[in-house]
Design a protein around this ligand. Structure first.
Ligand SMILES: [Zn+2]
Ligand SMILES: [Zn+2]
Ligand SMILES: [Zn+2]
Ligand SMILES: [Zn+2]
Ligand SMILES: [Zn+2]
Length: 330
């Protein structure tokens, strides 16, 4: 037999019905403490008497009947449950008679109650909260309550009030203003973020000496660098390509761009550098339009024996890309 967890949960339904024929109920089905038909019955572990769960908690340390420890409590036989569930009860509110185990569903879903707002539509307990959202007799505040309208009235009178309310048109205006303020704050944040962003881009790029590309964004400008071996030399190409923020950026891009092919064996004095200022080629670094990806500037890194071991180790070259914006940025 399984033991039962303790519970102090009272039955909210109990006060809402009476027993139809209390004298005809089998005394075996009644609780020896409250003398009512058993409700949520439990069997005492000590003397095997059956009580309502609630009645057991009146004095739970020792059995009310035999003074011994009543734990662990046990579940009564299924037969007891089914006999109890068939006892007839009468709803104190609508006087309907039904088996006791149907009473809870009756109370919530069938038994009629008046609308607490006083409208003539009869409700059940389960439909009440839904009805409340539409009940015409419900007293609600004016929708401009948040901007100072003190009016409260039934839902039925609200339409007329809103048409004449001084605060409602103000509220729409205030809402519009606060929306605009919010948008402005978002824009301000974006600007501050841009201002905090670095003006410099630096990248160590390990790549094969044949054609390869890298793409990066600096303060909203989209750049693409192409690197290519041309016989014994290296070619470098810098593109500015269309980006989402182009409309807000100053053009042409003013920047210093350089590519250094790192000497992988010797010291820093033997690096080979190629660099230029984008501002010196204003047409090529003005705002790109549509599919205009052809503009930019290219150059050849001289004096780099492209495949010699100091520049090309395991078929890889190492490049240092640097781009520093000098445009007047917000
Ligand atoms: Zn009892
Ligand atoms: Zn006992
Ligand atoms: Zn009822
Ligand atoms: Zn109502
Ligand atoms: Zn109002």
């Amino acid at each position: 037999m399984r033991t039962i967890a303790r519970s102090r949960e009272p039955s909210p339904e109990r006060a809402r019905y009476t027993y139809q024929n209390p004298d005809l109920i089998d005394p075996e089905l009644k609780c020896p403490i409250c003398f009512e038909p058993l409700l949520d019955p439990v069997v005492m572990g000590c003397c095997k008497n059956t009580l309502c769960r609630q009645c057991f908690f009146v004095d739970s340390k020792e059995c009310y009947l035999c003074r011994q420890d009543p734990t662990p409590l046990q579940d009564p036989p299924r037969l007891v449950h089914s006999m109890l569930s068939r006892i007839m009860v009468k709803c104190s509110s609508c006087l309907l008679v039904m088996p006791r185990d149907e009473f809870r569903a009756h109370l919530h879903n069938v038994c009629p109650i008046d609308c607490p707002n006083g409208c003539p539509i009869t409700q059940t307990r389960s439909s009440l909260s839904n009805h409340d959202q539409f009940c015409l007799a419900k007293v609600i505040p004016c929708l401009a309550n948040d901007v100072g309208c003190p009016f409260k009235g039934t839902r039925e009178t609200m339409d007329t009030h809103i048409q004449n309310c001084f605060f409602v048109p103000q509220r729409l205006l205030l809402l519009k203003i606060s929306q605009l303020e919010e948008q402005q704050q978002i824009q301000q944040l974006a600007i501050e973020q841009l201002q905090r962003a670095s003006r410099k881009y630096r990248m160590i790029w390990k790549t094969q000496p044949n054609t390869s590309r890298v793409h990066f964004i600096l303060r909203g400008y989209h750049f693409r660098v192409q690197f290519q071996r041309k016989g014994e030399k290296f070619g470098v190409y810098l593109h500015v390509i269309p980006g989402k923020k182009d409309a807000d950026l100053p053009w042409p891009v003013q920047s210093t761009f350089s590519v250094q092919v790192l000497n992988q064996l010797r010291d820093a004095d033997h690096q080979r550098v190629f660099s230029f200022q984008t501002g010196q080629h204003p047409l090529n670094f003005s705002r790109p339009v549509g599919n205009d990806l052809g503009r930019g500037w290219s150059g050849v890194i001289e004096n780099v024996p492209a495949l010699k071991p100091e520049f090309c180790v395991d078929q890889m070259v190492v490049l240092l890309l640097k781009l520093k914006l000098t445009s007047h940025l917000i």
